[in-house]
Design a protein around this ligand. Structure first.
Ligand code: PLP
Length: 449
C-alpha cells in the first residue's frame, strides 16, 4: 500500500478531537492511525507494517480480512442485514448449531449477546435464577468484562474504579505456581492447596448462598496461567457437591486459541454455562454468547428467562460466525495452533528464557503464551510493579517501543508480554515475530539484574 501521511493525519486529528477511548487518560494517549490490515499484519499511513502478535485484543483468531468471511458478511448484508431476536433466522440458527456442535458435553443451547461482558452478565443471572442463591465466587487475577457485574467479578485493577462492593461477589485465589499464594513447591501442591482454599472459602461463605463459581478456563489478560492438571476437575466436583453452577469464561480462550476448540477440552471438564465472544467470528462483527447446559435450559423451559438484547443473534454477526467456524474447520486452524504452539512457540520461548535475564517464566499452550518479565530471576520481582503507570512502567514501555521498531506489535500487560498471534499465522511469520521478540527482549534485559 502507498503511504499517505496526509490522510493519516486527518484520521488522527478527528480521533483526537472526538473519539473517547476506553481505559485511557484521553490526553495521554497517541493512537496509531491504521490504514489497513490483512492476515496477521496491519499497516499505518506512513508505510510502516506490523506483525500483530496481539490479534487485536486477542480476538482475530483467523487474522484480518479473511476473504471467505468478508464475502459471507457481504452476502448476508445483501440478503438480510438485520432481524429482531424473536424470529428464527437462518444465519442465527446455523451459527447456534455450529457452536453447539463444538461446545463440550450438553452445552447445546446458545444465548447470543453482543460481546464477552454481557455474556458474563447473563451467565451469572441464569446461575442466580437457576439456583435461587445470591452469591458468585470469582478469582483474583481474572478479567470478565467492563459492565457492572462483569467488572465486579473481575479480579484485577480494572475493577477498582467501578467496585460497588457489589453485593454477593466473593473472590478467591486460583492456582498460579510461579507466584503461589499457597507456598507450594510443586504443581501438585499448588493444585491441592488451591482446591482446599476454595473449599474452605465456600464452607465459610455458606454453600447454600453461592449460585456460581466463575473462572476463565485459562486466565487470559491476567497472565495465561494454564491450571495444573486436576484443578478444574476438582472445581467441577466441588460445584457438584454443593449444587453450585460452574461458569467457565472462554471469551479469550475459546475458538482455537489453546489449540482446542475450547480450553475446557484440554481438561475434559464440562461446565454448566460457558461464555464466548472474540474468536467466535474473529470479531469481524460484534458477537458473544452463553452456551447453556440441558439442566439450566430446563429451568427456563416453562418459565421466561428475564433478559435479552435488541441485537441478540444479529444476522450479520451470526453469518460471520458461520463463515469463521467453517473456515476454521476447513483450514484446520485449531490443529495448526496446537502444532505451532507445541513445535515452535514453546521451544523457542524456552530458548529465549534461557538467554534473557529479564524472562522469569514462559508458560502457555497453543497460540496462548505469556512471558513473565522480571528484574531478578531469583526473587521473581516483576520488571515493573503491579499496576504501575507512567515512569514506574518505563521498562515495559521501552520493551514495547523496541518491538514496534522491529515491526512487531506486542501484547503487553503489566510486567508481561503475551505471544497471542492469529491462530492461522504462517510458520514463517511466527518465526520472524519470535526473532523480533528476541531482539526486543535485549532492551528489557537492561532493567534486569
Ligand atoms: N471475559 C474474558 C476472559 C475476556 O478476556 C474479556 C475481554 O477481554 C471479556 C470477558 C469481555 O469481553 P468484551 O470486551 O467483549 O465485553
Amino acid at each position: 500500500p502507498q503511504p499517505n501521511p496526509q490522510a493519516g493525519a486527518a484520521v488522527k486529528a478527528a480521533d483526537r478531537a472526538h473519539v473517547f477511548h476506553s481505559w485511557s487518560a484521553q490526553e495521554l494517549i497517541d493512537p496509531l492511525a491504521v490504514a489497513g490490515a490483512e492476515g496477521s499484519h496491519f499497516w499505518d499511513y506512513d508505510g510502516n507494517r506490523y506483525l500483530d502478535f496481539s490479534s487485536g485484543l486477542v480476538y482475530t483468531n483467523i487474522g484480518y480480512q479473511h476473504p471467505k468471511v468478508v464475502e459471507a458478511i457481504q452476502r448476508q448484508a445483501a440478503r438480510m442485514t438485520t432481524f429482531a431476536p424473536a424470529f428464527a433466522v437462518e444465519a442465527r440458527s446455523e451459527a447456534a448449531r455450529l457452536i453447539a456442535e463444538r461446545t463440550p458435553g450438553d452445552l447445546d443451547r446458545i444465548f447470543f449477546t453482543n460481546g464477552g461482558a454481557d455474556a458474563v452478565e447473563h451467565a451469572l443471572r441464569m446461575a442466580r435464577l437457576h439456583t435461587g442463591r445470591p452469591k458468585v465466587l470469582s478469582a483474583y487475577r481474572s478479567y470478565h468484562g467492563g459492565t457492572q457485574q462483569a467488572v465486579n467479578v473481575t479480579g484485577d485493577p480494572r475493577r477498582w474504579a467501578s467496585d460497588s462492593g457489589n453485593a454477593g461477589v466473593v473472590r478467591f485465589w486460583a492456582p498460579f505456581p510461579y507466584r503461589s499464594r499457597f507456598y507450594a513447591e510443586t504443581e501438585e501442591q499448588e493444585c491441592a492447596r488451591a482446591l482446599e482454599h476454595l473449599e474452605t472459602t465456600i464452607a465459610f461463605e455458606g454453600p447454600g448462598t453461592i449460585a456460581a463459581i466463575v473462572l476463565e478456563t485459562v486466565p487470559g489478560t491476567a497472565g495465561i496461567m494454564v491450571p495444573p492438571r486436576g484443578y478444574l476437575a476438582g472445581v467441577r466436583e466441588i460445584c457438584d457437591r454443593h449444587g453450585i453452577v460452574l461458569v467457565l469464561d472462554e471469551v479469550m480462550s475459546g475458538f482455537g486459541r489453546t489449540g482446542e476448540w475450547f480450553a475446557a477440552d484440554l481438561f475434559g471438564v464440562v461446565p454448566d454455562l460457558m461464555t464466548f465472544a472474540k474468536g467466535v467470528n474473529s470479531g469481524y462483527v460484534p458477537l458473544g454468547g452463553v452456551a447453556v447446559s440441558g439442566r439450566i435450559a430446563e429451568t427456563f423451559a416453562r418459565r421466561p428467562y428475564p433478559g435479552g438484547l435488541t441485537y441478540s443473534g444479529h444476522p450479520l454477526a451470526c453469518a460471520a460466525a458461520v463463515a469463521t467456524i467453517n473456515v476454521m474447520a476447513e483450514e484446520g486452524v485449531v490443529d495448526h495452533a496446537a502444532d505451532l504452539g507445541a513445535r515452535v512457540v514453546g521451544p523457542r520461548l524456552r530458548d529465549l528464557a534461557g538467554r534473557h535475564p529479564s524472562v522469569g517464566e514462559v508458560r502457555g499452550v497453543g497460540m496462548f503464551w505469556a512471558l513473565e518479565l522480571v528484574r531478578n530471576r531469583e526473587t521473581r520481582e516483576p520488571l515493573v510493579p503491579y499496576n504501575a503507570t507512567g515512569e514506574a512502567a518505563a521498562p515495559m514501555a521501552a520493551f514495547t517501543a523496541a518491538a514496534k521498531e522491529r515491526g512487531l506489535w506486542p501484547f503487553v500487560h503489566m510486567n508481561r508480554t503475551h505471544v497471542v498471534p492469529p491462530c492461522n499465522i504462517t510458520e514463517a511469520d511466527l518465526k520472524e515475530g519470535l526473532a523480533a521478540l528476541d531482539a526486543a527482549l535485549t532492551v528489557a534485559d537492561r532493567y534486569a539484574e
